[in-house]
Ligand binder design. Sequence first.
Ligand SMILES: [Zn+2]
Length: 828
Amino acid sequence: MKKFSIFVCLSVFLSVAAFTQMQTRPETPAKPAPAGAPRAMANNDATYVALRTIQVGTENVHVNNFTLARDAGTFVFKSGVFRLLQPVNGKITGAVFTGDASFALKPPIAVEQRYLGILTKGQPFQEEFGSAVFRFTDGTEQEIRKAAANDSSPATGDAGGLLDDVRQQLRKKLKTNLDARLLADVLSSKQGGMFIAFIKGRKYSDKMIYEIDPEGAMKPDEIALTTWDDTHDGVWAAFHYSNEYKAGTANSDEQNYRFTVEHQKLDATIERNAHLNATAETKIIALQDGVRVLGLDLYRTLRVESVTAEGQQLSFIQEDKDQDADFAVILPRELKKGESYTLVTKYGGKDAVSNEGGGNYYPIARENWYPGLGFGSYTTYDLTFHVPKGMKMAATGKKLKDIDEGGENITEWTSEVPQAVAGFNFGRFKREEGKPLKQPYLLETYANPEPPDIIKSIQMAAEDNLPTTGSHMPVAALGTMSTLSLMKKAMAEGQIAVDLYTDYFGEAPYKRLAMTQQTAPNFGQSWPGLVYLPITYFFDSTVRHQLGIGEARGYFKVVGPHEIAHQWFGHMVGFNSYRDQWMSEGFADMSASIFLQVVYSKNGLDEYHKFWAEERQLMTEVNKEGKRPIDVGPVTLGYRLLNAKTGFDIYRRLIYPKGAYILQMIRFMLYDSRTQDPDARFKAMMHEFTKTYANRIASTEDFKAVLEKYMTPDMDLFGNHKMDWFFNQYVYGTDYPTYRLEHSFSNDANGDWVLNMKITQSDVGPNFAMAIPVYLELSNGKIVRLGNAKLLGSNSMEQHFPLKGLKEKPKRAMLAYFDDVLGNVENK
Ligand SMILES: [Zn+2]
């Protein structure tokens, strides 16, 4: 039920007031849908209407001490009455309970127990309630009937009012069309497996939902406990079926879709005013028997006119754009597992793209401007775009055609491999072309010399504020805001990064990369073969300085390399769910550090060290909610860590830098300074990872399995050839250790230098293990790695390490010189 928009990007914290208005876009007020032909088949399927308007029926069941177990959740109904809802298609889909009851939950896995424990302040989770609304397709009514007590007194409580309240909340607050989801089970000849309880809790929240859905209550997890009131908004627990853990089959490779999208043929026209009209030919394949309703992700303001298949018009669902606007198609018959089916959807609307002035357009609907399964469902695409003449289009895939016809520019694009998403950027762009030194790649840069309206108004406001002379003319105008000169920077970054990342991570499949300007000032985004860079990237440092954004903590050095690295992580290798997105963002961020190491090398590793210091700062600085991001939860909880209590900046402050550190530590565990290419083993591991998972999704566990093939004996801290220790501590855990090195040099009896050192590990639990790399800076400035010091728990070790054959006294010894250990490292 919880929905997150997922895309791969890098944002910066800009605090400039003038920019904040650019981040909030005004909503256009709703207009009544036009009556008549175009939406004749919308929202009027008889079974759907019956679900949509369902009422409490006449069957009442009194219960006493009735226990209802649903996976890890247990309801105890001490006393009260269930009022079953009216049957639809002969099926009972819900009941309203009033009386006295409780609900307890114990997640089947430790990481979820721990997280839930934080929210309940260490108490076992138990909620008391006097009423709840249940919806189900799993036959719950039969269990209720079996529990019937001998009591014929009339039911009390306003069951109809409770049902209606949930209905209104779903539409207006949760914006989820539960009726469309229930319809899929009601119309299917197969038994459904859905169970959802809207609990009016007394202790934690009166807006609590316990949900079990075989399609994923919180994909890929089938089970979730969530709340939706403003102060407790969030996902309290999510996990797979308990029996999957018992059987050892639970893993984050699961997707739980009923069908996949195999191919999309999209033809879109975007008018000068940014109105989008499109036809989508979507070929799907059923993954199970009994598929009747197809739920597809489509941006809410893109209104469906018609859906046709096999020559006939189909019924579809898409409610008001400001309510539960989920799009779903009702098929005339059930599909069998493996059967394919092609839908043609005609749709259009405004507000999916915005006209920003000056020939700048901003795509608002990013991954759902066409009906599909959202980001990460790998599909092939054929795209045709019609945009006003004079605009240049840069889309995902290989360009097949680019012509002007009448008042339009028409381009056609095809994907040569399945893509996680399809997207586009267009405007009155200037285009430049180049190629990397080594890789056979087409590199393009696109920028619009004319600023969007918002930049013009900032420019004018800035000029108004400048000191004026007697003639009221500003003494100094802002620098010209031309974006063209920095197209060269984008090109150069593309040239270097494509070669560098191909060497480190293997060949990416796209063979083309367009670096394009977007109006947003504060984030970049990556698409297959296409990158959006924030408009501020294209401003020179004078203009940035005048706008008060400066270098924004090195952001403008890393946003390009970060977004380019997403070609490998996020696109070539996708991520399955919110639990794995840390790999996409973390690996892209870590790739940016390799770029800094290689490119900004004038002052040695200064820029590189600065980058990692910044990453640590992001994780350990207390945010305005009073939390250190590193303590809030493990990276595998992804978006779930964001809420009103932890702060909505947690994602950017934890997932990116910690994900980067995880890969960084792996890089240096595999590092071997004795070989010609110290990164050779790391590169081989990454090449295997990207090759194995090219053009599809990978999970955290998939990555771990590849790593375990390449781990060295030094990494095998527990002698079981597993990286469990590392993943438990850093990926599934929240530790942030402190390391301290005290050292001196002396001479032994032979006159050789000896390193005397004491290494302390603290702020960790008793089972926390680490092999801390110890480095030496020689008298000539060269850095060598001496080896690793192994420590368990909060502990110290002292050692006298003979440096045989070393003639001159080393300058110093250091721990984690390459910022290769996550934690607070103090080198004395
Ligand atoms: Zn990113």
